[in-house]
Every structure is written in structure tokens, then in C-alpha cells.
Design a protein around this ligand. Structure first.
Ligand SMILES: NC(=O)c1ccc[n+]([C@@H]2O[C@H](COP(=O)([O-])OP(=O)(O)OC[C@H]3O[C@@H](n4cnc5c(N)ncnc54)[C@H](O)[C@@H]3O)[C@@H](O)[C@H]2O)c1
Length: 496
């Protein structure tokens, strides 16, 4: 029903769009069919007690529907607030900031300071890209969000020490948005959550803080993020985006908003819960598949077969999925499944396969450390007091993100065996590593110094340096273990 509007939007610059009024769209649009669908949706929404949500391009001709009528959001005058400027929020704010007045808000004052100075510590956005977002400003002051009618929440959704969802950032952000939310406002959540979280947890906070009524005075949407930090090929505009809204009209608005920046297009989910579930299963599916391949790696190690050789052979079949063994860390794949299992348990279902996958993936650091120690003893290297160098601490390659890094677990395991471990990573921030894990990064590993070397993350620098240089950092009798299959099997002592 929003098609005529979307066509208009595609064809022209946003500020060239004609005012387009939902109630008058039959006249404004050449597409009678779409117009009639829109009128039907309008009537249905009115029957359900929703106030009309204007997805028009201009609001001057908006006709209010009775005393409770709401001057709703529209794209032309859309001012967007992005709450949480991390790996997800900043690229989003930058894309919107090219087309709309956008306010990027974060509670981390250092982050705001750096962004104002044109520096992004996550390395997702260059200073040139930041400068290109001419309509984007940064702030740590909540009051600056008052000019916005559309708020997009992109705060973290971690787990606590008991591996339960820690919703405190989401609750904090909803509390803040509730304080600045206006009639006709739309709050879109992008953070990964379990199905039902947006409407069960966030909406009541927005209502309480704003004093406004859900789906009458304000609306919500959910549009999960799918970016892959460090991936310069799959970027926000080129990844199809799932959208959803709390009313048909809100869903249209959310969809149109994202279509204006995502060239790959959108997939409009039938409800917020469907969109929430879709995101959480994307990462759960990856986690379970990696767990399967990790289990295969454990079996093949016992059989004396190289896992990569087997995967290459099996991968020659068209429908064999290309998963690789490895440590599953980071902020998404190793975390999101717990959001789903938490919700499942809350409704009385005890997930088996998902949690089995989680247990297996979480056990991999212990396995890896055990393998390294076995290889050392076989070479008669005295483990207690030996020196090891671990290459890479970030949770994945070519990315500075160290959150929930499972390399740290490998380091701790080796330390438990009495090994002195140095860690070298050109991507990680040394002060963050010290602060988060108490690990002081080694800037330049010494030559001929180590009894064991571990390639834990396949950063491009390590590949470029080559295996010879790594061997050169070790004593004559040493072990090289390659978790990530960075070098040929023949050049290393062991790998997953
Ligand atoms: N990083 C990814 O690869 C990725 C990909 C897809 C989805 N996600 C999901 O997106 C969400 C955000 O992840 P991220 O990686 O961008 O997190 P992040 O930690 O990089 O960034 C979050 C930002 O939010 C800020 N913040 C925290 N609480 C706040 C509050 N109350 N008000 C304002 N700002 C606040 C933090 O200071 C931080 O700068 C998570 O739910 C995550 O699961 C992440």
C-alpha cells in the first residue's frame, strides 16, 4: 500500500518529494489499486482503534482524525535519533545522516568526543565517511534527542555471568527515549532480543516514561541489524533488512525509512515478534552449525584425519554447508542463542540442541589448550615454565572487537598449565585488553624466544608475515598450533 510512495522516493531526492497525504492518496497517486489498498488499511486501523499513521512525505496537509488525532511521523521532516553508537549504531547513523537530520546519542562520553573529532575506534566508519554524513551530529545530552520523532535503539544486549539476557542497556535506553518521546513518535529497536522482548519489556517503559499510549500516541518497530564487523563487502546498504511495526502503518513507515538507505531492499515481517525471532535464529543456526563442525574436528583429531581436508572434500557437493571449526566468541553468535533459550525456558520448553551446541562451542578453548600441551609433551618441551606466544585476541579477524573473546580462555588454560603466555594483536586496543582481561599485549614478539606459538585469529597481517616469521620467533624445538587454518597443514604441528 505504500508502493506509490516508495516509487516516488526512489525516483527523487527526498527533499524534492511532494507532500503526500494518506487520506488523499487516491488523488495523489496514479496507482488506483494501491490507493484503494491504503484506504482499506486505514479503515481497518481505525476500526482497531489505531490512530492513523502518516507515511506521507509531507505533513502540512495532514488532516487530524478527531481530537485524539496524532500528527504522525513522516519521512520528509523525519529527524532521527540513534541511541547507542557502537558497531551497529554508528554505521546506521552515518547512512541516515546523509539524507536526514540525525542525532547520534551515546552515554559513553569518550566515544562521543572521538566521533566529534572524526575518529571511530571500531574502525567500521572512516573519517571521510563520517564527514560525508553532513546531517549527522553527536551528543551525550539526552535533551538533544527532543527534536527527533523517530528513535532507533542500537544498544548492546549481552548476557550476565549466568548466561541469562542482560537487558539493562535496553531498559536504560528505553527509559531515556521515553523521556523525550513525543506524540506520533516511532521507536525502532535494532538490538538483538528474544521474540516478545520489544513489546513486553520496552513498550511498557516507553509508556511509563512518556505518559503516552502505545499504538495510539506512539508506535514501535523492530528491524534487526545484520552487519558483519570487519566485512567491507557486506555493508549496511547492501544487506537486505528485515522490518516490522506495531501497526500496519507503523510497519510501512519503518519499511519505507529503511528502504531509503538500504539499496538491497527490505523484507517486511508480519509482526515484531516474527522479526525478533528471525534475527535470533540467524545466529543460533550459525552457532549450531559451527558446533557440529567443531564436534567433527574432535572426532577427526582422534582418527588422525585433517578436518580441513575432509571439509574440502565434502564441500565439493553442491549443498554441503561451508562451516569451519573454531572458537565462537564475540557479541552475537555465542550470545544470541541464550536469548532464545531463555525465552523458551520461560514458556516451559527446555531446548536441547541449541544448548548442546553452546556447550560444545564453549568447551573448545579447553580442548585447544589441551592439544597444545599434548604436542609440547610429545616434543619433550617442559610445559610448566614454558613460553608461548598467541597471535590474535580479537573475537574475529581484521576487527578490533575483543568482547567475549574465547582466545582469552585459551590463554587462561595455558596459564593454568604453568605456561607464560604473551599475546600479540595489531588490531586490539592495548588499554582495552588490559582493562577487560588484565592482559598486557606484546607489541613486538622477540625472535627465537618461544616454546609454542598459537595462531588464534587469522588477521591479514599474520597471513602476510607468513609462517616462516612465526617459526623464527620460536626456539629450535617448538610447537606451532593453528586454530584458524591460516597456514598449510604441512607447516604446523597441529590445527583444529
Ligand atoms: N556487532 C555486531 O556485529 C552486531 C551485528 C548485528 C546485531 N548486533 C546487535 O546490535 C546491538 C548493538 O551491538 P553493538 O555491537 O553495536 O554494541 P556496541 O557495544 O558496539 O555499541 C553499543 C553502544 O551503545 C552505548 N550504550 C549502552 N547503553 C546505552 C544507553 N542506555 N543509551 C545510549 N547509549 C548506550 C554504548 O556506550 C556503546 O557505544 C546488540 O544487540 C547486538 O547483538 C550486533
Amino acid at each position: 500500500m505504500i508502493e506509490p510512495f516508495v516509487r516516488l522516493l526512489r525516483g527523487k531526492r527526498l527533499d524534492e518529494q511532494r507532500p503526500y497525504v494518506i487520506g488523499n492518496c487516491a488523488r495523489a497517486s496514479p496507482d488506483e489499486d494501491a490507493a484503494s489498498k491504503l484506504r482499506t488499511a486505514t479503515r481497518r486501523s481505525a476500526a482497531k482503534g489505531y490512530n492513523m499513521f502518516n507515511s506521507s512525505l509531507g505533513d502540512r496537509r495532514w488532516s487530524r482524525r478527531g481530537s485524539k488525532g496524532v500528527q504522525v511521523n513522516n519521512l520528509r521532516n523525519c529527524r532521527i535519533g540513534v541511541i547507542g553508537l557502537g558497531y551497529v549504531g554508528l554505521p546506521l547513523a552515518v547512512e541516515f545522516g546523509k539524507h536526514f537530520d540525525t542525532v547520534g546519542f551515546d552515554i559513553n562520553a569518550r566515544r562521543i568526543q572521538a566521533l566529534k573529532a572524526g575518529r571511530d575506534a571500531t574502525l567500521e566508519v572512516s573519517s571521510t565517511e563520517l564527514a560525508a554524513a553532513r546531517r549527522l551530529s553527536f551528543t551525550g545530552e539526552l535533551a538533544d534527542l527532543k527534536v527527533c520523532r523517530t528513535h532507533i535503539v542500537t544498544v548492546p544486549t549481552p548476557i550476565d555471568t549466568y548466561k541469562r539476557p542482560d537487558l539493562s542497556p535496553l531498559i536504560g535506553a528505553s527509559t531515556s527515549v521515553g523521556k523525550v518521546l513525543k506524540k506520533g513518535g516511532v521507536v525502532i529497536y535494532e538490538s538483538t532480543v528474544y521474540p516478545g522482548c520489544t513489546e513486553e519489556i520496552c513498550v511498557p517503559i516507553l509508556e511509563r516514561e512518556s505518559g503516552l499510549r502505545f499504538n495510539r500516541d506512539f508506535f514501535v518497530g523492530y528491524s534487526p541489524e545484520r552487519i558483519n564487523p570487519g566485512d567491507k563487502e557486506h555493508r549496511l546498504p547492501t544487506i537486505k533488512k528485515v522490518t516490522s511495526g506495531s501497526t500496519p502503518e507503523a510497519a510501512e513507515f519503518v519499511d519505507a525509512l529503511y528502504r531509503s538507505i538500504v539499496t538491497a531492499g527490505t523484507h517486511r515481517a508480519s509482526s515484531i515478534k516474527v522479526a525478533e525471532a528471525a534475527k535470533v535464529i540467524e545466529n543460533t543456526q550459525r552457532d549450531v552449525n559451527i558446533a557440529l563442525v567443531n564436534e567433527l574436528a574432535l572426532i577427526f583429531a582422534r582418527l588422525g584425519i585433517d578436518t580441513e581436508e575432509v571439509l574440502k572434500a565434502a564441500g565439493s557437493k553442491w549443498n554441503f554447508l561451508p562451516f569451519r571449526p573454531g572458537l565462537v566468541g564475540g557479541h552475537c553468535i555465542g550470545v544470541d542463542p541464550y536469548y532464545l533459550t531463555h525465552k523458551a525456558q520461560e514458556i516451559g520448553y527446555h531446548p536441547e540442541m541449541i544448548l548442546a551446541g553452546r556447550r560444545l562451542n564453549d568447551s573448545m578453548p579447553t580442548y585447544v589448550a589441551g592439544e597444545i600441551v599434548k604436542l609440547m609433551t610429545r616434543k619433550r618441551i617442559h610445559v610448566n615454565g614454558a613460553r608461548a606466544i598467541v597471535f590474535g585476541i580479537t573475537f574475529k579477524e581484521n576487527c578490533p572487537d575483543i568482547r567475549n573473546s574465547k582466545v582469552v580462555d585459551v590463554v587462561r588454560e595455558l596459564q593454568n598449565y604453568g605456561v607464560h603466555v604473551d599475546v600479540h594483536d595489531p588490531w586490539a586496543d592495548p588499554s582495552e585488553c588490559k582493562h577487560e582481561y588484565g592482559i598486557r599485549l606484546t607489541r613486538a614478539p622477540k625472535a627465537r624466544h618461544y616454546d609454542a606459538a598459537v595462531i588464534a585469529v587469522a588477521h591479514r597481517e599474520f597471513r602476510e608475515r607468513g609462517v616462516k616469521e612465526v617459526h623464527g620467533m620460536c626456539r629450535r624445538n617448538h610447537v606451532l598450533y593453528d586454530i584458524k587454518h591460516t597456514f598449510p597443514a604441512s607447516e604446523v604441528d597441529g590445527r583444529l
